[in-house]
Ligand binder design. Sequence first.
Ligand code: F6P
Length: 748
Amino acid sequence: MRILSIRLIIALILGVTFVSLVSSWSDVQDEKNALRRDLQYKAETLGESLASSAEIYLSNGDTARLEQQVQRFSHRDHLLGIGIYGTDGSTIVMTRELGSLLSRTPDALSEALAQDRPETRFTRLHFTRVYLLAAPLHSASKDVIGGIVVVYDTGYIRSQIFGVWGRVFMRIAGQVLVIVAITLLILRWTLVGPIARAAQWMKTLRTGKQGVQPPSKDLDFLLPLAKEMAPLAESMQRAREAAETEARLRNTNESQWTAQRLAEHVRSKLEGSNLFVVSNREPYIHNWQGNTITVTVPASGLVTAIEPILCACNGTWVAQGSGSADAETVDSHDRIQVPPDDPKYTLRRVWLSAAEEEGYYYGFANEGLWPLCHMAHTRPTFRASDWDFYNKVNERFADALVEEMAGEENPVVLIQDYHFALLPRMIKDRVPHARVAIFWHIPWPNPEAFSICPWQRELLDGLLGADLIGFHVQAHCNNFLNTVDRVLEARVDWEHFSVKRNDHLSLVLPFPISVELTEDVSDAPSLHSAEEERSAIISELGIEATFLGVGVDRVDYTKGIVERFQAVESFLERHPRYQGKFTFIQIGAPTRSNIPRYAEFQREVEFEANRINDRFKRGKWRPIVFLNRQHSHQEVRRYYRAAHVCMVTSLHDGMNLVAKEYIAARSDERGSLILSRFTGAARELHDAIIVNPYDIQATGQAIARVLEMDVSEIVDRMQRMRRTVKEHNIYWWAGSLIGELCGLRLKR
Ligand code: F6P
């Protein structure tokens, strides 16, 4: 910064001085010319005044009077002397000073006499700068009878010009001083200050203290740097937290899974092999917002779990490009390095036409397989055209994956979900040495239910191309094995939970997915208490309430949202003292709205909320608040922390991560969970209040039970549930899945 300041000061001094000198130069010249003109005028006036009397005395030959007259005129300012000459250039009369300067007749006089007209010039006489005027003198008959010479000292003009330059330099010095001072001040306010504060911030982060991020106006000024600094600071913070957690766990001999531990585990398991993940949803979506491109991370537990694995091994994630600016952000191979702030792995985007998305995603996956696998009494729709698109899109993903895996010796492939049942077989056929797993995130129904699918054999055959097939719970594994047993010619090994078909072995195991649970050590001071959060939310919503319940779902008919509202109604009916006090907030993210059943369900939910509100509402209180939009993780977390109870009443659910997210958010060890027995989560969270969501009155009673539960029991239950989620967190899930897959002995 010192060198920059010195350079700036020198540049300013030279620049300002140069500009001022150039602009002052003509002023000084004007001043000089004015002084000269003034002198010329004086000389001419003197010459003329003297000439008229001199001509008379010279014509009369009256030298004495001539001398007298010359002496009389000789005391003017700056006048050096006067001389009267004859026509031959001989001196007739001359003042003394001039005599000592002029050794001979001046050339100007000779020229004036010869040409009969005045001659003037600025010249030097013995080192003295002078102005000389020579003019002819005439007789009454206009004959030239002699000449007059008037000589002025011009030294005073020079002195005055020096004086002017002196003032110019003083002015320039003043200007330079003011400009340099202002520039240095601006430099200090806008550059040195912000840089110093940013450096201080980086220092606090480096030394592990709680750093205060500089105000955004500081970072605005350093925009290109700030773009790098903020993610860098975040990465440092994350790395520090991870290291602290690791150290804490090592000290307490706990074996909790962390992103760091997962990364190390995966690196050691892969032994240099490359990992390829396939999912329908991509981890980063680029969208146009006006003229700028924004990037969002979909609110999905999958990204939290899979990202550390890919970051650790620099893998590749193949997914559908669904953002409006996705195509503009990839390279010529449809690849982009992510995370955008700190690229660590490759995202390969696959483009689907509207017809492909309609048939494969909305049609076969979500109108066929989704209701087929969820026992929620929505009839699956199977269309041959959707099935064709499902095949075609699975092929499209297989092509992309095979392209990405070209030349790989031992690729490891992790396929996600029911969108890709055919992909494992397609991959295995084309790359037999690939290690392939598929994780089915939704339930698997019993064989009778599954048998209504016209393409059940093809789906099972596709899945059995995988070396490992994962479900959330053992019951789904059993249903799958039973289905295979009934439908295909294959050997099901119930002891090892595997299927052997055409000499290929597929292991079928449960891996209950989870969330991340930290103890909020780092951000605890910034968290509001449940009470504070509650009053803030109540005032934001413009309602009155004492007790809050919360539900967070996509507006999906499997989630039991209508039954939940009816349970709230039943609770208020049977416990009228809670009328005016208990409000249930339903956060409902719109989903798959192109599908008629989803649009219809959205209307059912709205209708039920309005009906119940109309029945009970009074003043500012209402029993149900339906917030029908996508909420970020941070927003949802506030509701989790504020609610006395979270209701998860799915009619059928593979796992349900909302139940676990609620527990993870309750670092205050308060709050109760009402959980449907038809969720995978109910198999792990025994301290939730387990309900049958179809039993509306019993679910309503569960609300009364948790609101009247002893605090000690609430805390006990929450502590135990937190322990379960902490031990079996999202990193444990990913680590177990990869560990199992990499540990398999493949037949080559
Ligand atoms: O529960 C299955 C699942 O695929 C989740 O992985 C995902 O979060 C959810 O359904 C919603 O999926 P999408 O919005 O991509 O249809």
